[in-house]
Design a protein. Structure first.
Length: 256
């Protein structure tokens, strides 16, 4: 396997070092580091897989739990997966304290090296497939609806969610996307205002935007006509209709 295998842990225990030796014995380039975000980012481009080893002592420790939140944000920002290794008896406790961990594969310890190698290979393939998918950003304050749309589109596209317009602006300052699905009606900063802000900046002005709306009135369409959105999708649309609309959009714009 090309690339480094990076094992992240807040405590360099005997078990962790044994795992490092086991992977190294299979000819892998293994790096063992603590949960330092700066060091993790430095290794991003040369890393094949990240492994996060979760000691039991993290549970109930506010500082270590906060570190896990930061690590999850870091991996999400990099668009990278991470393999979690921990005590199966505390699996639900970890997910309760840090829900973002639910996005990653979990392996109970003790770990068989052959099993770990298999998971690393599978995760790398999933990650490569994900990077090859078109990216869609959903900006919608209704988390239940946004998550439903993410599930509907998730098999074909790499989908991210933010819950308000300003979060969307901040996200786009650090990430790229091929399409924005933008809720028309949001509190504080509504969809038309968000689109207006996007059009004001050269880095985001050309990103195509399709409105998600519960109201397809002439007045709502006229309000954003000059901003030239790519279209409108009623929130009453079905899974099949939504996927067809998105597929047709990318086909029409030469991105199928």
């Amino acid at each position: 396997m090309d690339g480094k295998i990076v094992i992240i842990t807040h405590q360099f225990s005997v078990v962790v070092k044994s795992m490092e030796r086991g992977l190294s014995a299979r000819g892998l380039d293994v790096v063992l580091i603590d949960d330092n975000v700066y060091e993790i980012k430095k290794l991003e481009s040369e890393t094949k897989a990240f492994i996060l080893y979760l000691q039991d002592s993290i549970i109930g420790d506010k500082d270590l739990t906060q570190s896990l939140f930061l690590l999850c944000d870091t991996f999400k920002g990099m668009g990278r997966n991470v393999i979690l290794i921990g005590n199966g008896n505390y699996h639900s406790d970890f997910l309760e304290e840090v829900p973002a961990l639910n996005d990653y594969i979990w392996i109970n310890r003790p770990v068989e090296i052959d099993k770990l190698l298999e998971v690393i290979s599978n995760e790398k393939k999933i990650e490569d497939d994900l990077h090859n998918k078109k990216k869609i950003l959903i900006i919608d304050d209704d988390i239940t609806y946004a998550q439903m749309i993410k599930v509907w589109l998730g098999k074909s596209y790499n989908v991210e969610i933010v819950l308000d317009g300003m979060q969307g602006i901040s996200w786009l300052a650090k990430n790229e996307t091929d399409l924005i699905l933008l809720d028309y009606e949001m509190p504080v900063v509504d969809g038309p205002k968000v689109l207006e802000m996007l059009k004001m900046h050269s880095d985001t002005a050309s990103i195509p935007v399709i409105f998600l709306t519960g109201i397809g009135t002439k007045e709502s369409i006229a309000r954003v006509k000059d901003l030239k959105p790519q279209g409108y999708i009623l929130k009453s649309t079905t899974n099949v209709e939504l996927n067809r609309t998105i597929a047709e959009f990318f086909k029409k714009h030469g991105n199928s």
